[in-house]
Design a protein around this ligand. Sequence first.
Ligand code: AMP
Length: 273
Amino acid sequence: MRTISSTKELIAARSELKGSVGLVPTMGALHNGHLSLIKQARMQNDNVIVSIFVNPKQFLPKEDYERYPRREEADQKICTLSGVDIVFMPQSDDIYTQIEPEILAPKNLAYILEGESRPGHFDGVLRVVLKLFNLVRPTNAYFGKKDAQQLYLIQNMVKTLFLSVNIVPCDIVREADGLAMSSRNGYLTQSEKEQALALSIALKNASQAIMKGERDANKVELIMLEALKDLKVDYAKVLSRDFDPRETIVIKETILLIAAFVGKIRLIDNLWI
Ligand code: AMP
């Protein structure tokens, strides 16, 4: 496995690769969620490139950019053991320059839900992902359904900018108790981890009600809020898979989305119905 930190070196290495290339963009502190993306990429491509870059442009000024977990050595070991060919770990000043075009995510999609609490976040996400696509020219790029809105905005960017990359959505990986894996779970104390289970329980209760025949989106949102009553809830929504509000739930066309604070830590989770 090669570790590459410069964009110039990456472009040169990419041009020597034969066959298909799978890209897994991450911010590092790799866990089993990331690993499932890497494994899928390994199965479906001749070459696998994992990028590890804590992207400053997607953090708001008051967010945790500085203290976001950075575990470069452990991450490289995980990548070696997973059969990754290239780990790309650039510095910020190699990715961004002082003068460059802005990339702006579509307002109607990027300023709801995650974007309402984190205005500008998705502009930063799309900017770095577009740069990574241009550097790596991947055949396939792997993204988790955990970040459902991000996935949708990336799919929209690929479609509308006519990018030639296949986006592969990957299922959410959870702890045995149901907690969706996240690099930010490491911020939680043991008791906060227990409180955090309310998110997956809310999704489970909602899906059980839907399986029993409930189709009223408002009632399902109330079921989620009931399970989340001890947390500060940012949103608990029933939406169509293209992120439009829904009064009536349609199976295979619906997504349940939650963001809530456990202490100071903001967690997200979702379930595709
Ligand atoms: P991050 O390092 O948080 O930016 O995540 C990198 C990629 O891994 C994104 O596409 C995430 O959606 C995905 N990911 C993060 N956590 C999980 C999880 N628990 N299950 C599946 N994919 C995940």
